[in-house]
Design a protein around this ligand. Structure first.
Ligand SMILES: [Zn+2]
Length: 522
């Protein structure tokens, strides 16, 4: 009897298959890594109407487009939840540096900086079209600048209320969370109470709290505790951005910082981290100055620099700050882009200082920085991390992979290579060469882990019914090409990238298509 029912069920199933045999795209002979972290299995993937329609043995089915994976890996498209694409995506809507590195979804608005009017921005992008799926957070620094400029003080009750209105509006318009950048102007002038109050305004609508913490060196444990406090009080999951130890004297301290994250997790706090796989960071030049020197707008900054006593005070503090980070010069600080003089792009502060015929002292190099600040500042890359910490943080199971990069205009400036090569570098260097984590685990950190944290309920896994964001690559060949001296080089080896069921990259070349969508909070 039982066998008869089973036979009947199988019969019905195969009839169903025969009737709906056609897929838009059918990928055959793949090693399927589904994003869950489970080991790969052999099979086929059928895509229909922008969704994963079937996974398994699809022999006997057919697709309008058939791709022979030839035993290469098929995985979910990557979700990069720490990006800064504002400004770049408008210039390069297809997001070439990302899609060629396997990224199909980005979350932007990180480190406290986003578009203020999320709803308007989304409409503009939708009209122009986007080459990858885009979600955003609303940034603390963005709303604080709007209400308070760069005032170096605590917010009043009224200012907090007005900032809350802006945060709430962005959440209603579909932002997926609230971000802070607590080392930057003006977020660094805020206290924890202000951040909690704004996070609460966001959390009424759900969403995640992502933080570029107040400190990534000597006070990193306090900074983690502050971020967790915000998440706890506001009732939001916490994402600690670009987790690192950026103080040379404290290399190795990731043992303690990761332990603290785990302690909070045991207590029931949903806190995870993300990381880019390089030992150089990238941010602005202003972080080498004491934050008080940068308050109240550019005119005021110039006034301080023009006053000899104040300039001396700034220089003295800069020198102390640099020594505190374990450096005796700025040879590990290279210019990515100096708007006032692009001829210095790619050079270190030490080289620029020497080029001006100055003595090689820390004071003199700090003086060179002040001249560049007076001319509008610069975007920089800094050698600040130890490789041992980078590896340890990568080994931590709750570390997602995220680039902290932007959409790049090919050839412009000498930016950090992370925007081009983050995912391929993890797969080539840390999986294939060093064996730090397994291939399946690396994929999980690029897909289902970040999808979980940011509430993307139908992305990040190869699963029937999920959005058809898919990458196809040979794990023996995929390779990041971007380097610090030559960052403008696309990753090689993502043979196919499919976004919302449409082929966006074929044979490692981007097609003339904008297949992305704006992803509003679900
Ligand atoms: Zn940041």
């Amino acid at each position: 009897m039982r066998a008869a029912i089973l036979a009947l069920a199988f019969g019905a199933l195969s009839l169903l298959h025969a009737a709906s045999a056609n897929f838009d795209i059918l990928i055959r002979n793949a090693r399927i890594i589904d994003g869950s972290g489970n080991p790969w299995f052999k099979g086929d993937v059928g895509i229909r109407d922008g969704r994963i329609a079937a996974i398994g043995n699809l022999t006997g089915s057919s697709g309008y487009r058939e791709i022979d994976a030839a035993n290469r890996v098929v995985a979910p498209g990557f979700l990069d939840v720490h990006t800064h694409i504002e400004g770049g995506i408008e210039q390069v809507p297809r997001g070439d540096n990302y899609i060629l590195d396997g990224v199909t979804t980005v979350v932007t608005g990180n480190c406290g900086g986003s578009r203020l009017k999320v709803g308007d921005w989304f409409k503009t992008l939708e009209k122009a079209g986007v080459g990858l799926n885009v979600a955003t957070m609303i940034g603390h620094n963005t709303v604080r600048s709007e209400i308070m400029g760069t005032a170096n003080r605590a917010a009043t009750h009224d200012e907090i209320r007005r900032m809350q209105v802006l945060v709430e509006q962005a959440m209603k318009d579909g932002a997926v969370g609230f971000s802070t950048g607590l080392i930057y102007i003006p977020g660094t002038y805020s206290n924890t109470e202000e951040v909690v109050a704004l996070a609460k305004a966001a959390s009424k609508h759900g969403g995640t709290y992502a933080s570029h913490m107040r400190d990534e060196g000597a006070k990193v444990l306090e900074a983690i505790t502050e971020a967790v406090t915000v998440g706890r009080e506001a009732g939001m999951p916490v994402q600690l951005s670009h987790f690192k130890i950026d103080n040379k004297k404290l290399w190795g301290a990731s043992v303690k910082s990761l332990e603290l994250v785990e302690k909070f997790r045991r207590e029931g706090v949903d806190v995870v981290v993300d990381q880019y796989p390089y030992d150089w960071s990238s941010t602005n030049l202003g972080i080498t100055l004491p934050s008080w020197a940068l308050a109240d707008g550019q005119t005021k900054v110039r006034e301080r620099l023009a006053d000899p006593a104040t300039r001396k005070k700034i220089l003295t503090e800069m020198v102390a700050m640099r020594r505190e980070l374990g450096h005796e010069d700025y040879s590990g600080a290279a210019v990515a882009s100096h708007g006032a003089d692009h001829s210095v792009d790619g050079k270190t502060i030490s080289e620029i200082n020497a080029g001006r015929g100055r003595p090689k002292t820390l004071e003199s190099e700090a003086e060179t920085i002040l001249e560049m600040i007076a001319k509008g500042g610069a975007q920089m890359v800094y050698h600040s991390m130890g490789d041992e910490d980078v590896e340890r943080i990568l080994r931590y199971p709750n570390t997602a992979i995220a680039s902290d990069g932007g959409v790049r205009v090919f050839g412009e400036g000498v930016p950090h290579p992370r925007a081009y090569g983050t995912n391929a570098r993890v797969l080539a260097e840390y999986v294939r060469k060093r064996g730090v984590i397994t291939l399946e685990d690396a994929i999980r950190r690029m897909t289902s882990l970040p999808a979980r944290t940011f509430g993307f309920q139908d992305r990040g896994l190869l699963k029937t019914g999920f959005a058809a964001d898919v990458v196809l690559f040979d794990p023996a060949k995929v390779q990041d090409m971007a380097t610090f001296p030559k960052p403008h080089q696309y990753t090689e080896g993502f043979d196919f990238v499919i976004i919302n069921g449409k082929v966006a990259v074929e044979n490692s070349k981007p097609l003339d298509i904008l297949a992305g969508k704006i992803l509003r909070r679900q």
